[in-house]
Design a protein around this ligand. Structure first.
Ligand SMILES: [Zn+2]
Ligand SMILES: [Zn+2]
Length: 151
């Protein structure tokens, strides 16, 4: 049996490769969820449920949550949860990027990490605590919401 995959392009084979690299079984729901998150960065779980069903057929809400948890634990997805907002998911790019969060519309945007590797910030006084990551959310108002705000 040849072990090479003729389809090296396309979402499906990418998701398959990610799952294999993480030693996870390749299942249709996992492949579908990876595709949805890749196409919709910072998507919330509810939207993942709806879009996965459109693409791959019926899957239970719990099934989607289980897939999201498995993929996040495996380092394929990154979970971002700004205060007072549902968890959002994006592909884990390993770039330690941060987020701009709009208080008005709840929108999230990526902003590159000025350092590029975690931890990019250090607390003033760590008292023996070993810091391995600083999760930075910049809060404010996005350009679109500033434009539509009453003056
Ligand atoms: Zn906004
Ligand atoms: Zn992001």
């Amino acid at each position: 049996m040849p072990t090479t995959d003729p389809a090296t392009e396309g979402r499906g084979s990418d998701a398959t490769a990610l799952l294999r690299a993480a030693a996870l079984r390749v299942t249709a729901p996992r492949v579908a969820v990876i595709g949805v998150v890749r196409d919709h960065p910072h998507v919330d779980a509810g939207t993942v449920v709806g879009t996965t069903r459109e693409r791959a057929g019926w899957i239970s809400v719990q099934g989607v949550y289980d897939v999201l948890a498995t993929l996040t634990d495996a380092g394929i997805l990154r979970r971002v949860q700004p205060a007072r907002s549902p968890a959002r998911y994006e592909m884990e790019l390993g770039d330690n990027h941060h987020h701009l969060a709009c208080r008005t519309c709840g929108g999230l945007r990526d902003v590159p990490c000025p350092v590029g590797a975690a931890p990019c910030l250090a607390p003033g006084e760590a008292e023996g605590f070993v810091v391995d990551e600083a999760e930075v959310v910049f809060w404010g108002t996005c350009a679109r919401c500033r434009d539509t705000a009453p003056h």
